[in-house]
Design a protein around this ligand. Structure first.
Ligand code: HEM
Length: 487
């Protein structure tokens, strides 16, 4: 499309303080969130430069939605996905438009609601065991603990049954190395990325080892293809009925890419969501107190169960609000496949577009007091056709694991808060470490065991009064998934 009445992407205003040669690489590496928020004054779009190349950041929810919905033109690509592709090849989250629909059809059955019920039981058990492994007075490395929890739960839902402890530990360490390298590699020019530094060797070794571990698990499953009621069984059995012969299945290489995609995509994002949620509860004791009242009312001394999910309204809103304030995928990129127009601007094929949930979620014209943690802002929120709340993206490329993650996070929060009171360590505000995701690395919290297992009378009646006035969502995360407005 080349409408001469539209302006070219080169005329989009350039963000201030671009350095010669480096452009905005330094502020993006040193203080990315402050830099991103400094762009919120641009209502529609703004150009940022990374060395010689430039990208247009979309600041407007309607334009963001248009990009998400037109995934044929605004395709997966750009610096983030190029780096992720190094590890997971052409898996569902990285593949380009021509491959996507077929892959989505093959993967979708793994996330069917009937499968989720079984996964929920695994999540509840894993979270209860994790919460039972701590001691009174412990100071937790929260992110590390949440990573072990979600790795175990992901492994179990994907590959039914816990892996040997040594394999688990290795997967965890390799994943941490890979994930923390993504953002640095994304910002590093191609030539420098090839220099054989110690960091690069660690990254390459971790990639090779993790791929080998997953390949080994797949080979074992091929040798015993009975339905293990786990994610891998569904992937192995998936048939694309819309393929030419109606029988197309995933081959070994595709299976490995998808397994790695789910493993890396699912584990870290959910772990850091949980870590941020615990941080927000520790720094907002009133909400934590109300959440404990909810767990007392719902669990009534019994075992945590996925059947409790519809009654865990506050836990669900805490997760929704956490994902607003700290969306793990704080920035996403797209590549323009062919010349296209967006918001009156002409983009040439090959241009890079940046979308930022972090920016939209903290805009004062979209959310009252956007920096305040207020789970109750979601009490009567209505679905919004604009992309104002996009922690899972939107359109055809929307996260396939959204319900999986929400179920896991709500159950884990409930198990933890039921047993432990969380308080901050020290009085310094904790800041995110910005990597490919909005990392909570380094977050520490103190645990105090709740002495009485049941709620006091006052807490019980407060919880009862609250539940009378609040209709909890009817399904896990119902408050979070449709794109909606925060006011
Ligand atoms: C809180 C946790 C999670 C968050 C915040 C999250 C976020 C996202 C976002 C923002 C996207 C879209 C990216 C884009 O459009 O560029 C996405 C896609 C995806 N996510 Fe998640 N995710 C989470 C959990 C999971 C889990 C648990 C899994 C799998 C077990 C998963 C697997 C995927 C896959 C495969 C895609 C690509 C979907 C497609 O392109 O069709 N995610 N996720």
């Amino acid at each position: 499309m080349t409408d001469t009445s539209t302006a070219s992407a080169g005329s989009v205003p350039l963000a201030p303080r671009a350095w010669p040669l480096l452009g905005h690489a330094l502020p993006l590496l040193r203080y990315p969130l402050a830099f991103i928020m400094s762009l919120s004054g641009y209502r529609e779009m703004v150009r940022v430069r990374l060395g010689p190349s430039s990208a247009v950041m979309i600041c407007d929810p309607d334009l963001t939605r248009q990009v998400f919905l037109n995934d044929r033109t605004f395709d997966k690509g750009g610096p983030i996905y190029d780096r992720i592709r190094e590890v997971i090849g052409d898996g569902l989250s990285t593949c380009a438009y021509p491959l996507h629909r077929r892959q989505r059809r093959l993967c979708q059955p793994s996330f069917h609601p009937t499968r989720l019920a079984g996964y929920g039981a695994v999540f509840a058990r894993a979270a209860t065991n994790k919460a039972g492994s701590w001691r009174d007075g412990d100071v937790l490395d929260v992110t590390q603990e949440m990573m072990t929890l979600t790795t175990r739960a992901t492994m179990e839902t994907m590959f039914s049954g816990a892996l040997p402890a040594e394999t688990m530990q290795r997967c965890l360490a390799d994943t941490a190395v890979i994930v923390s390298a993504f953002f640095r590699r994304m910002m590093t020019p191609a030539l420098l990325r090839r220099v054989p530094t110690r960091q690069k060797r660690r990254y390459d070794d971790a990639r090779t080892r993790l791929a080998a571990t997953i390949a080994e698990i797949i080979a074992e499953r091929r040798a015993d293809p009975t339905d293990h009621a786990d994610l891998l069984s569904t992937l192995v059995a998936a048939v694309d009925e819309e393929s030419e012969d109606g029988r197309r299945q995933l081959n070994d290489a595709e299976l490995a890419d998808e397994a790695l995609t789910f493993f890396l995509g699912g584990m870290e994002t959910t772990a850091i969501t949980l870590a941020w949620a615990l941080h927000l509860l520790a720094t907002n004791p009133d909400v934590q107190h109300r959440l404990k009242a909810e767990t007392d009312r719902v669990l009534t001394g019994g075992k945590l169960d996925p059947a409790h999910l519809p009654s865990l309204g506050l836990a669900s809103r805490v997760v929704t609000e956490t994902l607003r304030l700290y969306p793990p995928a704080w920035m996403m990129t797209r590549v323009v496949r062919e010349d296209a127009e967006l918001g009156g601007v002409r983009f040439k094929g090959g241009s890079t577009i940046v979308l930022s949930p972090y920016l939209l979620h903290r805009r004062a014209d979209l959310y009252d007091e956007p920096d305040r943690f207020d789970p109750d802002r979601w009490l009567d929120a209505q679905p919004d056709r604009r992309a104002t709340y996009i922690p899972f993206g939107a359109g055809a490329r929307k996260c396939i694991g959204d319900q999986f993650a929400l179920t896991e996070a709500i159950l884990a929060l409930t198990a933890i808060v039921d047993r432990w009171e969380l308080t901050p360590v020290g009085d310094q505000p904790f800041q995110p470490k910005v990597e490919t995701s909005l990392s909570s690395r380094g977050l520490r919290l103190r645990l105090t065991e709740r002495r009485s297992s049941g709620a006091g009378d006052a807490e019980r009646s407060a919880a009862a009064a609250l539940s009378a006035s609040v209709q909890p969502p009817t399904q896990p995360g119902a408050a979070a998934c449709p794109v909606k407005h925060g006011k």
